[in-house]
Write a protein that binds this ligand. Sequence first.
Ligand SMILES: [Zn+2]
Length: 274
Amino acid sequence: MRRLITVIVAAMLLSYALAIYFVMYYEVQYGDTLVGIAKSFGVSPSTILDWNGDLNPTMLKVGQELVIPIPDGVVYEVKKGDSIDAIAKRFFTLPDLIKKANDLTSDLIFPGQKLFIPSEIIGLAFNDTKTFIWPVYGDISSPFGWRIHPITKKWAFHTGIDIAAPLGTPIFAADSGIVEYAGWYKGYGNFILINHGKYKTAYGHLSKIDVFVGEYVRKGELIGRVGSTGISTGPHVHFEVRLDGKVVNPMTYLPSPGLKYVYNGSIKWVGGEK
Ligand SMILES: [Zn+2]
């Protein structure tokens, strides 16, 4: 045991020295919970869900093997046309920090390359001056209100805003709250609903859900990944704000689109203590 600990500590020191990460494999024991395992490894439950494809967070199986990154963080697979700058924006962080975390000496990246994004650098550039932070870095492809539906071609009310972003772009909780729904929901595809008390926020068409019902999530915490599930014409997030059960225009509660990413030199984590 002692030897194992020595090896793990040595591996950790080495990975920190090289500014990279390593993964641990953990076999689920009787009585384990996702939150408990996450706590003992010092990572968030959403990290474990993000790394373990088909995991059912409320029904872990004894003997099931989990992959856990040390330190806490997620992987982003580089897409065609991506740049370090663009990826940094999607994680609301700084390009230099991504380069440092991946031991890159230039801006050269290639499609398919996997970059590790440590949790501690995610969200440094969230703009937290309005009710909500932008859940995704992307352009609005369809505003709130009446429109011709892109698929049915019929006049219909759009209950949220569509934020276009590449497949796999991280989605963050717009505010702290309790997850009320996480799963498939009709045309929304993979869908998350978070209850913030006065407001609720909803996120549709995800490729991956990284939260579970009843979970408390912090503002800015990773909740899933952009996809095109349900009734959708391409990768985007359908983002809704509900006030007293009625949908309202999300733009009223978000910083203006040009100010969704702000970095003023001071390192700040809006989600509070991690
Ligand atoms: Zn939509």
